[in-house]
Design a protein around this ligand. Sequence first.
Ligand SMILES: [Zn+2]
Ligand SMILES: [Zn+2]
Length: 258
Amino acid sequence: MHTPLCRHASGEPSDYARRAVAIGLTEIGFSDHSPMRQDDFDDWRMRADQLNEYVEKVRKAQKDFPQLTIRLALEVDYLPGHEGWIRELAARHPWDYFIGSVHYVSDSWAVDNPNKLSEWKNRDAWEVWSVYFERLTKAAETGFFEIIGHADLPKKFGHIPSRDCRPLYEKFLKAAKKHNCAVELNTAGLRKDCREIYPSREILQLAFQKGVPITFGSDAHAPEEVGANFAEAIHLAREVGYQECCRFEQRKRRLVSF
Ligand SMILES: [Zn+2]
Ligand SMILES: [Zn+2]
C-alpha cells in the first residue's frame, strides 16, 4: 500500500489502516515506491529526503491502530546498476520486507506509466516483455527482495506478445525459487485495462509447481482500495493449489494457511 508521498496516491496510512480494520484484515503492510538516488529520475515517487517522513507516517498508523499489525516496507524499483543504492536504503530503517518491482525497461521508460502509453506504439511487445523479464530475473537474483511485485506488469494496458512467454516465466521463477522470493498476487490488475490479477494464472501455476510461495496485495493507492478483490485472489490461489501464503517481520518469512 502507498502514501501521498509518492505523488500518485491519496490518504494517510492511518486512513488505510482504518479501512483495513473495517473490512476485517488483521495484518497490512506499507510499501510505498522507494526514492531514487537522483530525485529528478522521475516524478511519481517520494524524494530521498522524505524517507524518514514516510517511516514516521507508518509509525503513526501503528500507534493509532494497535489492534492491527502494520508492517513497514518499501516497493523498490530494480534497475541494473542501482544495487548500491538499494543496499543503502535497506540499511536506513528496520524494514519488514522489500518488494522488488520492475517498472522500467530503460532509464526513461516505465512500461506502466499512463503518461508514456504512446511509447508502446514504437515498441515490439515481445521485446518489451523479454527485457522486462530479464530484469525481473536479475531482481530475484540480487537477493535484496522478499517479494517480487506484479510479475507480469507489462500486460497492464493489454500489450501481450503473440509468442509463447513461458520460457521467460520459467527462467524468472527458477531464480525466484533459488533466492527465496515470494510472488505477489496483486489485485490492482483487476482495476486496469488488462482486468486480470498480476500475475496470470499461467505464471501462478508454474510458480506453484516450482514451490515459489505467494503473498496477497491490493497495491492500494487510496484507502478504499485496501483489500480490494481479495476474495477473487484467494479463490485463484486455491484453484492453483496454494494453501499457504507468506508474512514477513524484520525480513524473516513465515508461512500461514489461508
Ligand atoms: Zn504507484
Ligand atoms: Zn509497482
